[in-house]
Design a protein around this ligand. Sequence first.
Ligand code: XIL
Length: 489
Amino acid sequence: MSRSPDQRRKRTRIAWPAAVLLLAGGAAIVQSTTPAAAAETTLRAAAAKAGLFFGVAASPGRLSSIVGQEFNQLTPENDMKPSTIATSSGGLQNTGNADTLVNHAQTNSMLVRGHTMVWHSQAGALQGASQATLNTFIGNALTRWGNKVAYWDVVNEALDDNNTGNRRTQWPHSLNRDANGDGDLFDATDTDVIRDSFTRAKQVVQANGLTTKLCINDYDVEGLTVRGGTANRKANALYDIVRNYRQLIDCVGFQAHFNDNPNSIISDDLQANIQRFADLGVEVHLTELDIDDDLSNNDIGQGQADNYRKVVRACLNVAKCTGITVWGIADSESWRASERGLLFTGSSGNYQKKAAYTAVLDELNKGRGGSSSTPPVPPSDPPSSSPSSPPAPAGCTATVSLNSWTGGFVATVTVTAGSAPVNGWSVGVTLPSGATVSNSWNSSATGTSGAVRFANASYNGRLGAGQSTEFGFQGTGSAGSLTPTCTAT
Ligand code: XIL
């Protein structure tokens, strides 16, 4: 298997300003005494360092070298949709294109987002199918690719247009039944295509020991508000669904097709909306990002590059926003070519970077912390009276979530302080023989194989009681099942 540029690159650490001078009144001046870490030069490397994936929608005819160079996640734009792969009884057919894309992703160390199982559009032979047939298809699709698909969109576009906050009425939503007429589909006696599809998917994941994460995906759900400041009822309806089915749903996709539609704008509360979903415990992805360049009337704000920067920053600022996928490489090949909404011009493998590309790369290079000039959390105030004995050391715990593919893996580790605050932490894992850490983020690694230890970075060591932070690492070989141990330092 060929190794990607960011796997080959030696592990680098983000350099943070070394000194913070606290002035009277609380203002802080940052003195940078260490040179900034060299900026990464591809989207995937910059994203990996920040602890998220940066992906692209792809088709077999568009697998030019740029796909593996710039992106570390791939979503089949059309080739895993029921219209391509489903038979009317829920079997699989015509999986060749999907296989090509999955193989390309594996060869280039890219995660795959499977897209999509239950959808009113491009339903093909499943149009009008029963829940039982949908369940058969869900089982077949999940087991066909197993852990080669890290995330699957189980349900796509369940909610209606025009900010009604209602479910769609067309199939498969006609499978829904509000048994007691109380206006929701959350009661045990209701039938709900969302709940029933995720229930089936979760069963299949568990029965087969898969690590595949199960996502719900929709559009016009990005902000807390829509144009004019009206509440985003569609986003609120999605939030209710995820909250009610939290045990079944692992991840939420905001499609992020931003354009002139009053419900499709980039609002200032995008980050707050990502955060409230993240606070439910799910991962959030921006799954189909494109941004209308809006040269016609500039009503989503002037400057496509700045708009991209704003959207990428909103994701970076939320630790559980773990991936961004652009819906194609070049404007001319986009499903919405007239909006010129992507990061490259050109076509057929001959692509040129736009200002939007440079803005995204730059923002990713600033990392989760905001920017290389963002002050780290200043030291806490000295205690007003000297304690007679130092406070008891506080404990911490660590849990790991693994995405593995043949020959590689990404581990995301959540560190949580115990009942008392911690000033620093260190997490140990023992890798099976043959596995090697190639890259890590939000921590400083000691060792690359066998017993490896990850200490907090300068900016994420202090945790309040019960507070969590995340770090991650990428490796080659097989991680097996990792058991992390956390030590407060
Ligand atoms: C689009 C593809 O980009 C087009 O090539 C195809 O003709 C129609 O579907 N929401 C989704 C995606 O979830 O699957 C859609 O993709 C775009 C809108």
